[in-house]
Design a binder for this molecule. Structure first.
Ligand SMILES: O=P(O)(O)OC[C@H]1O[C@H](OP(=O)(O)OP(=O)(O)O)[C@H](O)[C@@H]1O
Ligand code: HPA
Length: 185
């Protein structure tokens, strides 16, 4: 069924801005500097987690100043809904991980099922070390693995449904230039 575009527009009009474009860009630059300091000599293979990781990955990559290979993978559990289900792999990585450092880049660590499963996959595939970077770490007590923390976090965020900078509301507003919370969610 096609989305009700008036509803989609209304969600943007009524949303609360949690972080401005400038605040997000500053956070991405900070994460980039941390990764430069840590991974410059590691020859990592870098994976964007599609779709949500697209914008953060693209922007973050331009801050990285060392040789790296970039690719993508696609694992999804929200499928344009606002609550997650079972993880479904749409595209598994095809690059060899054997004895490689891997850097996974995603938009959000919410309940953590997605990042946890991707880390497991990389380790089973022979990665030497798996590093993780997320733009947003959502703060709540529903983490699937409470001990799973991303190595690099752009910004923390309150426990609301958010969109922008790659994150969608019903498939829309990944393009929003800031981090916004849906009214009432
Ligand atoms: O921490 P979790 O609760 O597992 O949620 C985080 C994941 O959910 C979103 O992906 P989604 O399943 O919506 O796929 P998409 O990026 O293709 O929209 C987001 O991009 C993360 O990958
Ligand atoms: O709050 C969220 N917004 C968008 N996508 C998401 N995937 C997990 N949590 C979220």
């Amino acid at each position: 069924m096609s989305a009700d575009l008036e509803h989609i527009r209304q969600v943007m009009r009524e949303a609360d801005c949690l972080y401005t474009n400038a605040e997000v860009e500053a956070a991405i630059a900070r994460v980039g500097a941390q990764i430069n300091a840590d991974l410059a000599e590691r020859n990592p293979v870098v994976f964007c987690v599609m779709n949500g990781g697209l914008i953060f990955s693209g922007k973050l990559l331009t801050h990285l100043d060392f040789p790296l290979e970039a690719s993508y993978l696609h694992a999804t559990r929200y499928r344009n809904e606002t609550s997650g289900g079972e993880l479904f792999w749409k595209a598994k990585p095809e690059v060899s991980f054997i004895d490689r450092d891997v850097l996974i880049i995603d938009d959000i660590l919410d309940e953590g099922h997605t990042l946890g499963a991707i880390i497991d996959f990389c380790k089973h595939a022979g990665a030497r070390q798996v590093h993780t970077a997320v733009l947003i770490d959502k703060e709540h007590d529903r983490k699937a693995r409470p001990d799973l923390k991303a190595d690099y976090v752009g910004l923390p965020c309150i426990d609301r449904y958010i969109f922008g900078y790659g994150m969608d509301y019903k498939g829309y507003w990944r393009n929003a230039a800031g981090i916004f919370a849906v009214k009432g969610m």
